[in-house]
Design a binder for this molecule. Structure first.
Ligand SMILES: N[C@@H](CCC(=O)N[C@@H](CS)C(=O)NCC(=O)O)C(=O)O
Length: 254
């Protein structure tokens, strides 16, 4: 049993409220960064991992915004870079060295054309949107599920279209089997289809033409960055320090 006088209780409550106030003030002072991504985009995976690592390094509030790259390409009149054969070849080499530099286990699927252009990511992005809607209060599951789906398409060369594939990713990410079933059904619903369209439209409203699209809200103004290779400039613009793609890795003294 806790023995406490009214004075002690008052000071405990005051300390508790001060802590909550400090937490709320800290949250308010954080710069909001929105990351619009689609799991069909390998560069988005790189950007996603780097920003997740900086969550506790920079004074930021990272908002994950799953969206549909196909819709952005269509609305902006752009085409996926791999449609130009030489760009496609360059991308494959570039991604290989970036995977090592950024320490992300990214590997090409055996048939990138089939994976990116024939099968696409619509069902996967609806599934991920459903996770985001179900877990509105925390981004953790959204982060884990997105990563597991990325691993399938861009690391272990596995399908991301079939419900069984998405279930497997959901289970690995920490959802229970009943939650996975709920999310699979939710993903087919009109509100989720509309939510994905709405988020994609928000990216288009920011003048997106590709992913990853990163919007930094500084002093109430959104600044747009395209790509996972803009972090140094982004850090400068938001008044933070760029410590490389692995900010928590101790630097070698060689
Ligand atoms: N230089 C960027 C390239 C990002 C990129 O090529 N993203 C693709 C999707 S994976 C895209 O949307 N490209 C549109 C474009 O290049 O116009 C990076 O390093 O992240």
């Amino acid at each position: 049993m806790l023995l406490s006088s009214p004075e002690t209780e008052f000071s405990i409550r005051a300390a508790f409220n001060q802590g909550r106030l400090a937490h709320a003030l800290n949250k308010m002072s954080r710069k909001v960064i929105e990351l619009f991504y689609d799991v069909v985009s390998p560069y988005s995976w790189l950007g996603f991992e780097v920003l997740c690592r900086y969550r506790n390094v920079w004074n930021i509030d990272l908002k994950l915004r799953p969206a549909f790259l196909g819709g952005v390409m269509h609305a902006s009149g752009n085409k996926p870079p791999a449609m130009v054969p030489n760009k496609g070849l360059y991308m494959m080499k570039d991604l290989k060295r970036l995977a090592s530099y950024m320490n992300v286990p990214l590997q090409h699927p055996s048939d990138p054309f089939e994976v990116m252009f024939k099968k696409g990511s619509l069902s996967a992005m609806r599934f991920i949107t459903a996770v985001a809607e179900k877990e509105k209060d925390s981004d953790r599951l959204l982060e884990n599920v997105s990563r597991e789906v990325w691993k399938r398409i861009w690391s272990t060369d596995q399908d991301i279209c079939e419900p069984a594939s998405l279930s497997e990713a959901g289970l690995k990410a920490g959802l229970s089997s009943s939650e996975v079933e709920e999310v699979i059904n939710l993903a087919k619903s009109e509100p989720i289809k509309n939510k994905l369209k709405q988020t994609t439209q928000e990216a288009i409203n920011y003048e997106a033409f590709g992913f990853p699209l990163i919007i930094c809200h500084v002093d109430g103004k959104p600044q747009m960055f395209f790509g996972s290779d803009r972090f140094e400039l982004m850090a400068h613009c938001i008044g933070e320090k760029w410590l490389g793609p692995q900010p928590n890795k101790p630097t070698s003294n060689l």
